[in-house]
Structure formats: structure tokens, C-alpha cells
Design a protein around this ligand. Structure first.
Ligand code: ZN
Length: 402
């Protein structure tokens, strides 16, 4: 049986390595940690179909088989956007359909790691603060593992999101001012940690849980089973997804399983773009920006972490921001032209591809991967007025043929 090649947690800034997998941030410089694995002589057949992230055990945190909780997450479709590509004059755009994961988003890859670690470390329960994909994923995997789960949501969370989370039956608590800024969020999570000793803080973000990224990096392993793209466009909030994708490709390159690194591009909303702004100012850290505003709910952030900047710079990528109008158009065109219904946050990444090609930042013949993070069903709120646009007949005898 293959075992984890986990060595320890390594600081992305000062390089300090900690053998204890339960440390969260660097004790020397305070920066983000990431799992380090011994890749020497490791043979991973990336051409082989692998259902469930736990088929990549050597490059995942150490968890005994009986504590690995999976819903066959991962192994999501990778589809060429032929018609959308034609529309914008680009022939090689490939979409990773992460909405096909069990709870409908890429967060299942992280949640599988988080919940499995909680079982491995014999935690009494797991909690997080989220109103969206991370909460649904964590609650789903906690249900699977029969682990107690507490989800803190913001007061103004929409019913459509709460409905899915509720289905898995965690304890849900609405909290006023939960996400006011980075500081209130950090303080809230720390407070719950002290109130619930023995529980795992499952907030899916590297400054709290550096090992979740190792579940998410399997996206890069799967993409590499086809062809390494020139660019990967990633919709970005806290930066974990982007960093994970960079990390996955870096490991594959280190193992000589691929011969080049793709350039990683972050896409954020025009008025929620702390990472893009930091790149434009050539900073090595993300500064907190003003009140964030974008139609893409999962991208509505005004802070970030340094691991994403490092990933973009080292890969030779860049940052781009898109307007609400561009996001809505991308979402509509993706569904109408290629039959894929993605959430707005995913569509933002595609809007970024379109803009980058229009601006000449990316060549039309480049091979581009775009990560469509979640299904459109996640946030879709059908209202009665939309029925007016749909024909209603007494019987099919009245159907007009055209
Ligand atoms: Zn450090």
C-alpha cells in the first residue's frame, strides 16, 4: 500500500520546515505554510484515471485508510469550449468542470482532506465560517464521516445557499458582522476555537489550514493527464485555489512528469481585486482594500494571502479584473454556446480569458485552461418574472413551428 511522502510543513517565505502537521502558520515569520513531500523516485501514473483524490496518497497529508473520507470527488470533466472559443477567436480553451464534484464545487477536494484530518486527529467536530461552497462541502463530508459540524454564516446569507448546507444537517448559526473585514473574521474563528476545545477549525484557507491545498492541487494532476496548458485562469478570493494549482504543476515538474509550467493568471471582480491591485503595484503581499463589490459572490473579498502572489510571479502569470457585465455575459454565452451552466464566480474566470485575449495579453492560439469552480445551480434564484419570458400553451396543438 502506498504511503504519504509527507515531510513537514514548509514556510513559503523563510523556508522553515515543521514536522508537526498541525501547525497553522510559520512560527518564525508568520507567513503561509505548505505541505512538503519527498518526491524522490516517486512514480505517479498521471495518465491513469483516478477516482477520488485519495488515489494520490503519496502527495497528500498522512491519513490512515480508515480515516480517508471520500465521495469520489475529483476526476471532473475537462471540456474544450469549441463554440465559446470560436466566438472570441481562440481555438484552445479548455474548461475544468469543478461543478461536477459531489457538492457542486472544487471545495470538495479541500473538504475531503479537512474532514479526513479531523478524523485522523480524533477531533470532536469541525467548524467553519462560510455561506457558500466551502460550507456545503465541509457539511457534506462531515455527514459522510459522521462528524459533528458547525457552520457560521453571515446574517444576510441567501436562502438558496443555506438550503443546500441545511440538507446535510450541520448546526448552522447566523452571525452579524462575521465577514466585516479580515480582522473580525480571524477573531471570530479564534473565539470559536477557544469555545470548542478539541474541535477542528476547518476554515478552508491556507493561513488556518495549509494542508487543504494538497487536496485541491489534484486538479493540476488531472489536467496534466491531458496536456499542460500555456495558461491557467483561476477565479480568486483568498488565493488557495490558485496557489494549489501552481503547487500541483510545480510538483509534477519536479518529478519530470511534465516539461513546462503553465502561467497562472488570477481573475477577480473590478471592485473586489486586492490581489490584482497588489500585482499591479508589484507588492509581495496583499493589502486590504475597500468594501468589496462584485456580482460573483464567492469572489467578494477585500483581502488575500501572500501565497497567491508568489505563485503568479514564479509562474510568469499576471492578474486581471472583470466587470459585472463581463461576468454576466460570459455566464450566458458559456451556457448558450457550449451547454455549461456555471456559477458567476466561475464565469468570471472565462470573462478574464476573453479580456486577456482582447487586450493582447494572451495569444489567440495559446492553450488555456479555465477553472470553472462551481455549478450555476449553487446560486440560481428563479423568480416568477422569468416565467413571463417562457411560452405557455393550452396544449401542444397551439405550438407554432419555426
Ligand atoms: Zn517563515
Amino acid at each position: 500500500m502506498e504511503k504519504s511522502r509527507f515531510i513537514g510543513l514548509e514556510c513559503i517565505r523563510c523556508g522553515e520546515i515543521y514536522s508537526d502537521p498541525q501547525i497553522t502558520v510559520c512560527r518564525t515569520c508568520g507567513d503561509v505554510l505548505t505541505g512538503k513531500y519527498d518526491l524522490t523516485g516517486l512514480k505517479i501514473n498521471i495518465k491513469e484515471q483516478k477516482h477520488s483524490i485519495w488515489n494520490y496518497v503519496p502527495v497528500l497529508p498522512p491519513v490512515l485508510p480508515e480515516n480517508q473520507f471520500s465521495l469520489d470527488e475529483g476526476d471532473t470533466p475537462y471540456v474544450r469550449l469549441e463554440n465559446y472559443g470560436s466566438m472570441i477567436g481562440a481555438g484552445n480553451i479548455w474548461a475544468k468542470l469543478e461543478g461536477c464534484n459531489p457538492s457542486g464545487s472544487f471545495k470538495d477536494r479541500a473538504a475531503s482532506v479537512e474532514v479526513s484530518l479531523a478524523k485522523q486527529w480524533k477531533c470532536a467536530g469541525i467548524f467553519t465560517a462560510s455561506s457558500g461552497n466551502a460550507a456545503a462541502a465541509l457539511a457534506a463530508f462531515a455527514a459522510r464521516a459522521r462528524l459533528k459540524c458547525l457552520i457560521l454564516v453571515r446574517e444576510d446569507s441567501t436562502l438558496s445557499k443555506l438550503e443546500q448546507i441545511s440538507a446535510y444537517n450541520p448546526r448552522i448559526v447566523r452571525v452579524k458582522k462575521l465577514f466585516t473585514n479580515k480582522q473580525t473574521l480571524m477573531e471570530s474563528l479564534k473565539r470559536v476555537e477557544t469555545l470548542l476545545p478539541g474541535w477542528r477549525n476547518g476554515f478552508v484557507w491556507a493561513p488556518f489550514n495549509p494542508l487543504a491545498a494538497d487536496g485541491v492541487k489534484t486538479i493540476s494532476y488531472e489536467i496534466s493527464s491531458k496536456k499542460v496548458p500555456d495558461y491557467v485562469f483561476v477565479p480568486t478570493a483568498g488565493g488557495d485555489l490558485l496557489f494549489s494549482i501552481f503547487k500541483g504543476f510545480s510538483e509534477l515538474k519536479n518529478m519530470n512528469l511534465i516539461d513546462k509550467m503553465p502561467k497562472i493568471v488570477t481573475v477577480q471582480g473590478d471592485n473586489a481585486s486586492p490581489l490584482v491591485q497588489a500585482l499591479e503595484k508589484n507588492l509581495d503581499h496583499v493589502e486590504e482594500t475597500g468594501t468589496p463589490s462584485t456580482i460573483a459572490g464567492a469572489l467578494r473579498v477585500n483581502f488575500g494571502a501572500n501565497h497567491a502572489i508568489k505563485a503568479i510571479k514564479e509562474s510568469g502569470g499576471f492578474g486581471i479584473s472583470v466587470s459585472d457585465r463581463e461576468i454576466e455575459n460570459a455566464q450566458k454565452n458559456l451556457a448558450e454556446l457550449d451547454g455549461i451552466f456555471a456559477e458567476t464566480s466561475s464565469a468570471a474566470a472565462l470573462a478574464g480569458v476573453e479580456k486577456a485575449i482582447r487586450n493582447g495579453r494572451v495569444q489567440k492560439d495559446a492553450t488555456i485552461s479555465v477553472i470553472l469552480t462551481g455549478t450555476g445551480f449553487k446560486e440560481y434564484q428563479f423568480n416568477q418574472s422569468e416565467l413571463k419570458g417562457i411560452e405557455l400553451l393550452d396544449s401542444v396543438n397551439d405550438l407554432k413551428v419555426y
